[in-house]
Design a protein around this ligand. Sequence first.
Ligand code: SF4
Length: 503
Amino acid sequence: MSQIVLSTFNARYTHTALGLRYLFANLKELQEVAKIKEFVINTQVADAVESVLSENPKIVGIGAYIWNANEVGEFIEILKKVAPEIIIIVGGPEASYFPHRVDFSGADYFIQGEGDIAFYELCRAIYDDKAPTQKIIKADMVDLNAIKLPYAYYSDEDVAHRQCYVEASRGCPYSCEFCLSSLDKKVRNIEPEKFLQEMETLWNRGVRSFKFIDRTFNQGITTANRLMDFFLSKEPPYFIHFEVIPDNFPESIKERIKEFPPSSLQLEVGIQTLDPVISQNIYRKLNIEKIRKNLHFLENETKAHLHVDLIVGLPGESIEQFGKNLDMLYGMTRCEIQIGILKKLSGTTINRHDEIHGMVYSDKPPYDIYQNNLIPFDMMQKMKRFARFWDMVYNSGNFKKSVTYLFAEGKVFDGFFAFSEWIYEQTESTWQISLDRLAGFVFKYITEVLHVDIEVAKETMIEDVMVVRGRKLPKFLRIEIENKKTRKEEAKTFNKRQLKHST
Ligand code: SF4
């Protein structure tokens, strides 16, 4: 039985809620009566409520994010109906900005901002019969060096089976209008010594995968170098993930990145747009030459696994311009290019473009854009499918060589757009397409629409598929190969017979 239950819905079982562990770590004397209960978004919400109620709690704190806002809304509704005496406190980005776009009205309190300390203070006040009368609790940014860090509250099961998220800093000095981190304005670092002690403990407990949620890892060079030195001093294998800004790779950072062994470092490099006018529109810093140089360095002189990303639907950016961005980015790197659809995140200032650019978004999470003045609804739909097929065909790495037939004459966007339209005509879906079936479609398109020689296309696809050791060839290729063998055998037998007759 726990009087305070801290809960949320994670996107997947393997994800862990770092935020809940921060709240728990800072509950002081109330920690004894508190417990964390995490669910996954595909849990039946009523089952989650039942599980929380089994603790007979007095207070339930729940974290609301873009990926779980609907589940949290339903959770609050059920909980309030069946146990109205329980005090519900909601925090997280979806609870922090008003008006809420999902109905959380059954909650008793909303913590607006960083709840690490505010949640404890509110619980304490409730216990002391001094519960505030106002529903909205405004929480200031915390001093990261004055609060308890959460890493001791990763359980042994988390360490063994789930992803351990870590953060060495919060905030971002940049102002990209679509991004929630732009609201913080400055970066707050955790004292590296204190942070690295925690990492050492995690390492000693067996953690080998560290996913940093810092928004701009390479912003503070000294700290970034110190953190990298820590991991470089460890025995591989391990896996470290950092989000980085594309234009800040001084020599000292480069030297360290070069030292990471294969498969140990993943860098997510935010690009979003390569159009200077659009970047300026949304207050995003852009230096194309630095991006070009740094991507070239990362791709050619390091073993880091790279992701870059672009957004469709930014205010003022047409599909033609997006296509140019994709062509240009492909010209700079062969790494994964993630294509995202613009979202109107609660609290951001992207809404100032609504009128002038005719921005129309879904009111439901994740608040995707439907259309704007330059991209009508049907084109936006096509681009959502483009992004999905791009992931399956290009980003998956399953068709590394075959995919280049789709990009004839360097027209990456045009070539892939035509393929994406064609494959959707065949499938009428972007989901549940097995690798076998997908390979069949890619092959059919290359040979029947683009008229690549069948034998050449077959060889290329076999090379692609067999990159992964032990992988079975797609069924249509196995049949093709069997048929070819049979034809050869038949031809041999025929030739032998001919020879016999003639002698
Ligand atoms: S997109 Fe990246 S650089 Fe821009 S504000 Fe967000 S975190 Fe900072």
